[in-house]
Ligand binder design. Structure first.
Ligand code: NAD
Length: 264
């Protein structure tokens, strides 16, 4: 490890060690090492797909016509297959480890991929929803993801509820309101924390990028880890540019050495 990088790792570990109430904010960059592309990174989805297909209006338009709805779902299928088979990487596992060490109270995630939960984090606030469930747009009945896959792939049915309504995956589309409970939890944790660890987010998607300002205003220290500069590096007490899997493992190692911790 280079001396400058080592100093940054130790500085981040020191901030975590001194905190009493840490909260993580994660973005799509934490999951690229699990094989799920981000939006805006060099290999991001926006280099291959058109963002305007992912607005709630585009989705609603597709509902008017079964053929366009089928095409819409088929366009999403490769992404869904990737989500199903993805496994948490070292970064997700290290964050779960920080929770077990008593250093992280909650993870606010912009991701829909369920990987923090698979890694063992117990309090995950999904501000942009999840691919794991769907809700009927008419009667609000909830469906598990497996039921939706069965409907589309095996029964060859579009995602229709028994009431005749359409079942929308619980993923937040552009232009759609964010889930109210998740957002109020995210605001609360951001105001109460004394340290916010931001990982793998360009911090340009609002309103959620605003939680970093909120935490800062409430007096929290901010640590940002990302491959490239983010929109909020200027607010941070420590910024590390690098690959998350490697960087977080080093931070946890340094933290354990600092604290002489035996925690798994
Ligand atoms: P973003 O695509 O805007 O930014 C991701 C950032 O992560 C980039 O700055 C990139 O340089 C960085 N990055 C990529 N790989 C990295 C790595 N291995 N180590 C360190 N940094 C890395 O993502 P965002 O800020 O989360 O906002 C985009 C929106 O994308 C979110 O709302 C989210 O809902 C959605 N999204 C989610 C997933 C997912 O669930 N995994 C995937 C794609 C997009």
């Amino acid at each position: 490890m280079e001396v400058e990088e080592e100093m940054k790792i130790d500085a981040a570990a020191r901030l975590i060690s001194e905190s009493r109430y840490g909260v993580v904010l994660s973005g799509a960059g934490i999951s690229t090492e699990s094989g799920i592309p981000d939006f805006r990174g060099p290999e991001g989805l926006w280099t291959k797909l058109d963002p305007s297909d992912f607005t709630i209006d585009a989705f609603r338009r597709s509902l008017d016509n079964p053929e366009s709805l089928r095409k819409y779902i088929e366009m999403l299928l490769p992404m869904i297959q990737t989500l199903i088979s993805a496994q948490p990487n070292q970064a997700h596992l290290s964050i779960a480890q920080l929770e077990r060490m008593g250093k992280v109270r909650a993870v606010i995630t912009q991701n829909i991929d369920n990987l923090h939960q698979k890694a063992g984090s117990s309090r995950v606030i999904e501000v942009h929803g999840t691919y794991k469930t769907g809700t009927c747009m008419s009667c609000k009945k909830k469906y598990k993801f497996e039921e939706l896959i069965d409907m589309f792939m095996h029964e060859k049915r579009l995602l229709s509820c028994n009431c005749g309504g359409f079942i929308k995956p619980d993923v937040v589309f552009f232009g759609e309101a964010l889930p109210r409970d998740a957002i109020s939890d995210a605001w609360r944790y951001s105001e109460e924390c004394d340290l916010m660890l931001v990982v793998g987010s360009s911090l340009v998607v609002y309103p959620i990028a605003g939680v970093v300002d909120m935490a800062k205003r409430s007096g929290a220290k901010i640590v940002i880890i990302n491959m490239e500069s983010t929109a909020k590096d200027y607010l941070a007490n420590a910024v590390i540019h690098g690959k998350l899997g490697q960087v977080i493992v080093k931070i946890v190692k340094s933290l354990r050495e600092m604290e002489g911790s035996d925690t798994a």
